[in-house]
Design a protein around this ligand. Structure first.
Ligand SMILES: *Cc1c(COP(=O)(O)O)cnc(C)c1O
Length: 287
C-alpha cells in the first residue's frame, strides 16, 4: 500500500500534524489496519479460519471481518450474550461485521472466560486466534511499516501521539520510533492496567509516555467534554472517533507543548451509533 496521507490542524493556536490512517479503508482502517498488517500479507492458502473474541461493537471485530471477507477466510467471533436491541440494529460495527460474513457465537457470561481460555487447546494449523483487541506480538511488523512512513515524511516534530485501549499500538510504535517521544492515554481502565497489558507483550521503552487523564473516564460512555473536543477537532478539519481520541487530545492540550504528529487510530465508523447516544442524553445540540 502507499503511505497514508498527512493533514495539519490548528487547535488552541497550536499546529498539529495528523497521520491519516483513517483514510486507508472504510472498515479496515486506523490502527486495526496496522495491527492486522502481518495477517494481511499472509497468503490466503495459509489459513481457513480466524477466531477472535471480545466486545460486540469493537473496531477490531469489524476490521477482522473486513480482512476475512477480503481473504475468503471464515471468521468466528465469540462474545457474551447480546441484547435484543443490539441484534436488530441496522447500523454500527456489529451490523457491518455480520454483513461482511462474520459468524457470531454468544456465550453465557459464566462460561465465557473458560471458553476463551480453551480456544487455543484444539486449534488446527489452518486456524488462527487473534486475542481481544488484536493484542498480538505480530503487531510489531505493521507498526514498523508505519514508522518508516513517518520517517520518510521528514516532519519537523518532537513527539508522536496515539490513544490506547490494549496499548499494543502505542507500545510497538514507541519501539519502532525510539528517536521520538510517543504519548498515549489509557482509555480502557487506568494507567496501571495499561502498563500491565503492555508488559505482557514487551518491556515498556522509556520513550513511551503515558499521560494520565485529568478526570476518570469510563470506556465508551458519553461525556460532554468528549463531544466538545470532537466538535472542535471537526471544525479544525478532521473527524476523530468518540471513544479514544477525545481523552488523548484533552491530555495533549493540557500536558504537552511541543510539535506533535497525532497518528489517527481510525474508529470513525462507530461515531454514528455513539452520536445517537449523545443525542438521547440531550447533549448533542447543547452549544
Ligand atoms: C482499537 C483502537 C484503539 C486502541 O488500540 P490499542 O492497540 O488496543 O491500544 C485506539 N483508537 C481506536 C479508534 C481504536 O479502534
Amino acid at each position: 500500500m502507499l503511505s497514508s496521507p498527512l493533514s495539519k490542524l490548528v487547535l488552541d493556536g497550536r499546529e498539529f500534524f495528523v497521520k491519516r490512517d483513517d483514510f486507508i479503508d472504510p472498515f479496515l482502517a486506523g490502527n486495526k489496519y496496522r495491527k492486522l498488517y502481518t495477517l494481511l500479507q499472509t497468503p490466503k492458502e495459509n489459513y481457513k479460519t480466524i477466531i477472535s473474541y471480545g466486545g460486540t461493537q469493537s473496531n477490531a471485530m469489524l476490521a477482522i471481518a473486513a480482512m476475512c471477507k477480503q481473504k475468503g477466510w471464515h471468521f468466528y467471533y465469540y462474545t457474551k450474550a447480546l441484547s435484543q436491541r443490539q441484534k436488530t440494529q441496522a447500523e454500527g460495527n456489529y451490523f457491518h461485521a455480520l454483513s461482511l460474513g462474520m459468524q457470531h457465537k454468544e456465550l453465557d457470561t459464566i462460561h465465557y472466560r473458560d471458553f476463551v481460555a480453551s480456544l487455543r487447546l484444539n486449534l488446527d494449523e489452518k486456524s488462527y486466534i487473534i486475542d481481544q483487541g488484536g493484542a498480538d506480538k505480530s503487531v510489531r511488523e505493521g507498526m514498523e511499516v508505519l514508522a518508516s512512513e513517518i520517517r520518510a515524511a521528514k516532519l519537523e516534530i518532537d513527539a508522536i501521539a496515539t490513544p490506547s485501549g490494549t496499548g499494543t499500538s502505542a507500545l510497538y510504535l514507541a519501539l519502532a520510533l525510539p528517536e521520538y517521544r510517543v504519548y498515549t492515554t489509557p482509555c480502557v481502565g487506568d494507567s496501571d492496567y495499561l502498563k500491565e497489558q503492555m508488559s505482557a507483550l514487551e518491556l515498556i521503552p522509556n520513550n513511551l509516555i503515558i499521560l494520565e487523564p485529568k478526570k476518570k473516564f469510563h470506556f465508551a460512555k458519553p461525556y460532554p467534554e468528549f463531544l466538545e473536543i470532537y466538535k472542535r477537532l471537526l471544525n479544525a478539519g478532521v473527524a476523530f472517533d468518540l471513544l479514544y481520541a477525545p481523552s488523548l487530545w484533552l491530555a495533549l492540550l493540557d500536558q504537552t507543548q511541543e510539535k506533535i504528529l497525532y497518528v489517527h487510530s481510525g474508529g470513525v465508523s462507530g461515531n454514528e451509533s455513539m452520536l445517537k447516544r449523545y443525542e438521547k442524553k440531550g447533549l448533542l445540540f447543547n452549544e
